[in-house]
Design a protein around this ligand. Structure first.
Ligand SMILES: Cc1cc2nc3c(=O)[nH]c(=O)nc-3n(C[C@H](O)[C@H](O)[C@H](O)COP(=O)(O)OP(=O)(O)OC[C@H]3O[C@@H](n4cnc5c(N)ncnc54)[C@H](O)[C@@H]3O)c2cc1C
Length: 531
């Protein structure tokens, strides 16, 4: 079971330490901080109001279960749970085990005018699964018991999963058959196949395996208007693609019960490498070349100068870092350097050839290749980042992220604009914000920009929320004014919905609304999200 107010499973304490180097760096950058008092689970459970639902055999109205499904994993969600001011709870939570039970719950909701929130792993960072205040009762439908590999078509390499199957189970079930999905969002430990489709997710190795829109082959969605079967085709020119309509539907059109995904045979070999470049412009150009020359890499992540410095500064192994810094300085890579991590995955021959090509391009930009040591470090820690929020919080620091995607011609300027806006957003109150970014999920046309920001919590929860609100609004408005998408991978949910019209336009918004209305004429499905 997930910890109710943090990242991770109950009982498995994976709490990375903030060592003295990291703490010293934080104090220097943003000041010494004091933590806020956390509420206990019992205190929050005590605040849960009576459920407004008629009885149903599949629905639990247990207050603790309702608390555990009230919020996702955004920073506002974190503040709500930690302060105990959650506000709104679902009136009940159902755990269907089959498509028939999902249909039964939808009929029950229609008959009783109940709003329905589909819930996968609850890892949303934009308020997707939070119930909103209103007259109508809210039922959260948690798909966690629909978690099996239902079918594997080896010839076509298509696997059918129950929509509530989480990342680790997807991979272990496939691995036993010699396959992989290769979809690894950082939230992989808890996020589910249905959640990936509904929120248009992107995994760390999207360069090799594709985003979820390339991996999602079809499936079944239960809507208030009936079941929609989405057949699998390798490709089709038969009009607009219904599969695409469901991708990113964020629970507004129905509940995915089965998801068919395109899988690949397990790769023979996989290694991760790190190359440093002298400055950001050179690193961006090298990364762009690697993407545009279609080198068969499985992932790329270019940490900008501040992220590189932060990453190296946080290492407690100062001796090794000094050796590395000296080696880089000997090769004219000093202050302002940037770090490119890339992966090669596939057969031995494919990996060799991709590595050779990548190294040739990197050397054209005077990149300093440091081999696989730091790459292995990235790989070993690729899902550990989210666990850092807890120890930072206990020291009085809050951390959040923002992300977008833009064309290559605007990458450098957009990244700089987002960072400087966020960094200056709390100047008026004398607070510093530590901001850094990386580029990942590269395409021929552009890439995503992923920005992390750390700030001190305020004297109380309201003040801390207000700081977050300012930072979020500043970053989001800058993204929109730079012509970036409001989200490359986190989706829209509640927190991004005000920015959506800027990217879809009036007619586009009306088209999306009419699709939702068609599947859900009574506006019962996750109302208030996306649109
Ligand atoms: C630490 C952290 C790191 C993250 N890293 C990444 C990342 O690298 N890449 C990325 O893409 N995202 C990332 N995310 C965001 C999040 O994990 C994704 O949006 C993920 O796809 C959500 O999956 P979930 O199963 O948890 O869905 P939930 O959070 O439960 O739900 C998300 C949305 O999907 C809908 N939904 C869920 N299941 C269904 C279903 N069966 N049928 C219909 N609708 C459904 C919900 O109603 C909701 O609107 C991260 C989040 C966290 C907290």
């Amino acid at each position: 079971m997930q910890i109710w107010n943090s990242w991770g499973n109950e009982g498995s304490i994976l709490e990375p330490k903030i060592g003295s180097s990291s703490l010293g760096m934080l104090c220097e950058l943003i000041g010494v901080a004091s933590p806020l008092r956390d509420s206990s689970l019992a205190e929050v459970v005590d605040k849960v109001p009576p459920a407004r639902l008629p009885e149903h055999r599949l629905i639990s109205v247990d207050p603790e279960i309702r608390v555990r499904h009230a919020r996702g994993k955004s920073l506002p969600d974190w503040l709500a749970l930690r302060s105990g001011e959650v506000g709104v709870f679902p009136d009940g939570v159902a755990y269907p085990e089959s498509a028939e039970e999902v249909r039964e719950l939808l009929s029950f909701s229609r008959e009783n005018d109940i709003c329905v929130i589909p819930y996968g792993g609850g890892t949303s960072v934009v308020g997707h699964i939070n119930p909103l205040a209103g007259e109508r009762a809210v039922l959260t439908v948690a798909l966690g018991r629909m978690n099996t590999l239902l079918e594997l078509d080896r010839e076509s390499q298509i696997a059918t999963f129950g929509a509530g199957t989480p990342g680790p189970l997807v991979e272990s079930l496939l691995k036993a058959e010699g396959y992989t999905l290769g979809h690894y969002p950082q939230s992989w430990e808890f996020a589910t196949v249905g959640g990936w489709v509904a929120s248009r997710s992107s995994g760390q190795q999207s360069l090799r395996y594709g985003r979820i829109e390339q991996l999602f082959a079809g499936g079944r969605i239960e809507t208030p208007q009936g079941t929609l079967e989405i057949p699998t085709f390798p490709a089709s020119s038969a009009g607009p693609d219904v599969r695409e309509m469901i991708l990113g539907s964020e629970g507004r059109m129905g509940i995915l019960s089965e998801v068919k995904v395109r899988v690949s045979p397990l790769p023979e070999k996989e290694t991760f490498h790190v190359v440093f470049f002298a400055d950001e412009a050179t690193g961006i150009n090298a990364t762009r070349q690697l993407a545009q020359q279609r080198i068969q890499l499985s992932m790329m992540r270019l940490s900008n100068a501040v992220e590189t410095k932060t990453f190296l500064g946080m290492s407690e192994d100062r001796g090794q870092i000094e050796l590395l810094e000296n080696h880089l300085a000997d090769n004219a890579v000093g202050d302002g350097k940037v770090m490119l991590t890339f992966g090669v995955t596939g057969s031995g021959d494919q990996c060799r050839s991709a590595l050779e090509h990548a190294q040739t391009i990197c050397s054209q930009y005077n990149g300093v290749d440091t081999g696989t040591l730091l790459g292995e470090h990235w790989s070993a820690g690729r899902f550990k980042g989210p666990y850092l929020r807890e120890p930072l919080w206990k020291l009085g620091y809050a951390v959040d992220t923002m992300e977008t995607a833009v064309d290559w011609s605007r990458v450098a300027s957009t990244m700089a604009a987002i960072e400087s806006t966020i960094a200056g957003a709390l100047n008026g109150e004398g607070e510093s914000v530590h901001v850094y970014s990386h580029l990942s999920h590269t395409y021929g046309q552009g890439c995503s920009i992923y920005t992390t920001y750390l700030f001190r919590v305020g004297d109380n929860y309201d003040e801390t929320y207000r700081r977050w609100e300012k930072l979020k609004a500043a970053g989001a408005e800058q993204i929109v004014s730079c012509g970036g998408t409001i989200s490359h991978q986190h989706g829209v949910g509640f927190d991004h919905k005000q920015y959506l019209p800027a990217e879809k336009g009036e007619l586009g918004m009306a088209a999306i609304q009419s699709l939702c209305d068609l599947f859900d004429p009574e506006q019962q499905m996750n109302p208030g999200k996306l649109l």
